[in-house]
Ligand binder design. Structure first.
Ligand SMILES: [Zn+2]
Length: 91
């Protein structure tokens, strides 16, 4: 008889522990991973206005002028653009 009592005691303890540890609802889908930050910048300029080479989406030298993002092949071109953005930005 002793062993049966022990067993039921153990069972109830484990059941209670289980009920406590089970998370209530954890079915939320985490869709935050992915596209949110992976958007590639689309430059307003198809070509570098300084040296006239085609811009690439992964160019690191960028300048924002009048809410448009311009891409440049180098910091030199970016600086040249910043010196006189109106001259280069307009078409
Ligand atoms: Zn350039």
């Amino acid at each position: 008889m002793k062993s049966k009592i022990l067993l039921t005691a153990l069972l109830s303890v484990s059941l209670m522990a289980c009920a406590q540890e089970t998370p209530k609802v954890k079915h939320k889908k985490t869709n935050t991973s992915g596209k949110s930050n992976a958007q590639k910048v689309k430059f307003a300029n198809a070509t570098d206005p300084i040296c006239h080479m085609p811009t690439e989406p992964d160019m690191k030298d960028t300048a924002v002028y009048k809410n448009k993002t311009y891409g440049f092949c180098s910091t030199y071109c970016k600086d040249e653009f910043k010196k006189n953005p109106e001259k280069y930005a307009q078409k």
